[in-house]
Design a protein around this ligand. Structure first.
Ligand SMILES: [Cu+2]
Length: 403
């Protein structure tokens, strides 16, 4: 009954462990052990620098004996950062149990020693899944009350209590999101078949009758949903066979923990790279005990450069990109450029004549003279539309739209 760690398991060199999957099919959430060599390019902790952008920080450190986190915080919307130095992936899940349940009850229930019915009925918010030796971020709304913060069975020791007191500040606005999806029995509705690469925030709302989670894996080659389900159903010791999906083709990328009906959580994806992906839920069905993935809650999609993405407003996911504007033939190209907060724009003067990049009066966008072949860079730290012109050639105008 692992309500709180993502069920699907990958082991270095052994691929996915179906034995553990089935064990955890008794269980509501999952933990993954992921191929160490495959994660760095996809999920480098140094790229996880999501500014809290108006959200309070809730920092959770994974230690060998449990989570380290505050004991008490005011209610509100939190940017949860899960720092995981361990050699095993872990998910943080926030569970608001009924008043008569203790941390020991949760532990026993996760071990299958108690009837899990209460866990299906408790309010649960899925925090981020952090790969081994990595960090991950997600956003949760914590209401006042007593919450159990659980790492599931993959973390030794019982869950820890977090007391959430009455809010001290007005509610923060909801994050802007690139991908909005609905979890239900049995699928991820609204998840497009093509997703844009790069940093993004996904919003998950459970509109079903049961709790759901998402594990996101990248698969080395194009697959169908049936391929993935066949793969999950293979016995643990099945030999890889040509043309069939095997564990070495699958790498964990990200995930959110178990989230109950009616709840919404957000996941920060620092840099989704092009490829084939599958989203799946391993919550055991309340009636059948079968992991939802085996009942069809698997969705395959591709991340392609071709899919257009809208920058996420208000949240700087990394140090920011650098975008280029050419100054050529007495014009700025592109004349209008859209960037995200934190991005840097570099203007390069490709004319023989000098030019300037001069914002409106009072703007700190002021290059002074940009000589032939010289460049000028400016980092945009707040949203808005910034018009500029060349002081020497007023017909040359442009603008930077910072989302
Ligand atoms: Cu599910």
């Amino acid at each position: 009954m692992d309500f709180v760690s993502n069920t699907f398991q990958l082991r270095t060199g052994h691929g996915i462990s179906r034995r553990q999957l089935l064990q955890r099919a008794m269980v509501l959430t999952g933990a993954a052990m992921l191929p160490a060599g495959h994660r760095a390019d996809i999920w480098n902790p140094t790229t996880v620098q999501a500014a809290s952008a108006g959200y309070a920080d809730l920092h959770i450190q994974v230690a060998d004996d449990g989570f380290t986190l505050p004991q008490s915080i005011p209610a509100g919307r939190y940017m949860v950062t899960l720092d995981n130095p361990r050699a095993e992936g872990i998910t943080v899940t926030f569970i608001q149990p009924p008043p008569d349940k203790t941390a020991a009850d949760l532990q026993q229930t996760l071990r299958g020693e108690q009837d899990p019915a209460w866990l299906y009925d408790a309010v649960s918010l899925g925090g981020p899944y952090a790969l081994a030796e990595s960090s991950a971020q997600g956003i949760v709304d914590l209401a006042p009350g007593a919450w159990l913060v659980s790492g599931g069975q993959s973390l030794p020791g019982p869950a820890q209590w977090l007391t959430v007191t009455e809010p001290e500040t007005p509610a923060a606005a909801a994050p802007q999101t690139n991908v909005t999806l609905t979890m239900q029995e049995y699928g991820f509705a609204d998840l497009a078949s093509d997703i844009a690469p790069g940093p993004q925030i996904w919003k998950f709302t459970n509109r079903g009758q049961q709790p759901h989670l998402m594990d996101l894996v990248r698969i080395a080659h194009p697959v169908t949903v049936s391929d993935v389900i066949d793969f999950l159903a293979l016995p643990d010791d099945a030999a890889p066979s040509p043309g069939r999906l095997s564990g070495v083709d699958v790498e964990g990328v990200a995930g959110i923990g178990t989230t109950s009906p009616g709840q919404t959580v957000w996941l920060v994806l620092p840099d989704l790279s092009p490829g084939t992906y599958a989203a799946m839920c391993f919550v055991p069905d309340r009636e059948l005990g079968t992991p939802h993935a085996m009942m069809g809650m698997v969705q395959v999609f591709t991340v392609t450069d071709a899919a257009a993405t809208a920058p996420v407003a208000g949240i700087v996911i990394d140090a920011g990109q650098t975008l280029s504007v050419d100054i050529h033939d007495f014009a700025f190209t592109p004349a209008v450029i859209e960037v995200a907060v934190g991005d840097t724009v570099t203007w390069t003067n490709r004319d023989a004549a000098p030019h300037t990049v001069t914002g409106e009066t009072g703007s700190d966008l002021a290059s002074g003279t940009v000589a032939a072949s010289a460049t000028f860079s400016h980092t945009f730290t707040s949203g808005g539309s910034f018009a500029y012109k060349c002081d020497f050639h007023p017909s040359m105008t442009g603008s930077v739209v910072v989302q």
